[in-house]
Design a protein around this ligand. Structure first.
Ligand code: PHE
Length: 339
């Protein structure tokens, strides 16, 4: 009899289970009302007197072992469940990493920078908070110049001399103040204008402005450069220059590129004319050169400026400029580019 109990003892010690049902079966088998332990205890009275002590001890051993086993297995199971709650199923396949994509504004800006860098333009940047001098006065817009109204300005309330730049021409002023010709630089950046926000205009947008100053730079150089740009950027080399006015350039022009009228989209984009206005440009006004410490008798140059947002909207047929600043991932992840 004792041998049988000892055998059970080994079995109990070896027993393992990984679910509650098996543990419960085990508990009932040994510790239940009709369990083996009760059977063994019932046997006690039939055991000869000299064996009673050892028999009793062995049954007690078996009882303790069975109880401990049940408790240990239950504790282990609980631990595992807690871990599973923290980490989930550790064997499940991982979630794929979502790769981000560049913002359409950055894509277009990088394209423009890349095109001009191939013909020797460097990139210059300046502060978005500007002073009156760099944004207006140096650019031939003295204090009461009516053309200041062309650009509704956000002023910093506590200091009327400080404002949010309305164009990156201010960077060109800074560049000319700090560098002597030859100058070939483009200035990309965010600019601000106090305009009602709608699908077509926003109170901030992005520009790339360019500046080329050297001896003997002519309007023909300007046209060549722009033609190179439109060919590289849009694959279109036919451009036209319409007379226009900017205080800082003389003469000034508006640049249209001939887009064509092949598809319905072409019609929409060009309002049926085939022509698309893409930027303003002109020969830098001698006053501006003078203001920035460059001798207008020795040097001449051209400048141009375009809106990145507008080009991004056109190229991607985006109907609402606000999409560009709302950071809706469903919109943004449609744009993939290496640039
Ligand atoms: N600064 C002008 C604008 O913001 C663009 C421009 C730049 C025009 C350089 C001519 C020459 O509208």
């Amino acid at each position: 009899m004792i041998e049988t109990i000892k055998e059970h003892l080994t079995q109990v010690e070896k027993f393992t289970a990984d679910n509650l049902n098996d543990i419960e079966d085990f508990r009932i088998k040994y510790l239940g009302k009709k369990g083996l332990l009760n059977d063994f205890f019932a046997e006690f009275k039939n055991v000869p007197g000299d064996q009673k002590k050892e028999f009793g001890q062995t049954i007690n051993q078996l009882k303790t072992a069975a109880l401990e086993k049940v408790n240990a297995l239950k504790a282990e199971l609980e631990n595992k469940q807690q871990e599973a709650n923290i980490y989930g199923d550790l064997t499940r396949p991982g979630t794929p990493l979502e790769l981000g994509s560049r913002h359409p504004i950055s894509i277009v800006k990088n394209q423009i920078v890349d095109i001009f860098s191939r013909i020797g333009f460097n990139v210059s940047e300046g502060p978005e908070m500007e002073d009156d001098w760099h944004n207006f006065t140096a650019l031939n817009l003295p204090e009461y110049h009516p053309a200041r109204d062309m650009q509704d300005t956000f002023f910093i309330q506590t200091d009327p001399d400080i404002l949010l730049r309305t164009h990156t021409s201010s960077v060109q002023v800074r560049y000319m103040e700090n560098n002597q010709p030859p100058i070939r630089t483009i200035s990309p950046g965010r600019v601000y204008r106090n305009e009602a926000i709608s699908a077509r205009s926003h109170c901030f947008f992005h520009q790339v402005e360019g500046l080329y100053i050297d001896k003997g730079v002519s309007f023909a150089d300007l046209k060549q450069t722009l033609q190179y740009f439109t060919t590289e950027m849009f694959g279109k080399s036919r451009i036209r220059l319409r007379p226009s006015y900017f205080p800082f350039t003389e003469p000034s022009a508006e640049v249209d590129v001939y887009w064509g009228l092949e598809t319905e989209t072409d019609y929409k984009m060009t309002k049926g004319t085939g022509w698309l206005e893409i930027m303003g440009c002109g020969m830098v006004d001698p006053n501006v050169l003078q203001n920035c410490g460059i001798d207008p008798n020795e040097y001449s140059g051209f400048a141009f400026g375009m809106g990145i947002d507008r080009i991004a909207l056109l190229l991607h047929q985006i109907s609402d400029i606000r999409m560009l600043s709302e950071n809706d991932v469903r919109f943004l992840k449609q744009f993939k580019s290496v640039l």
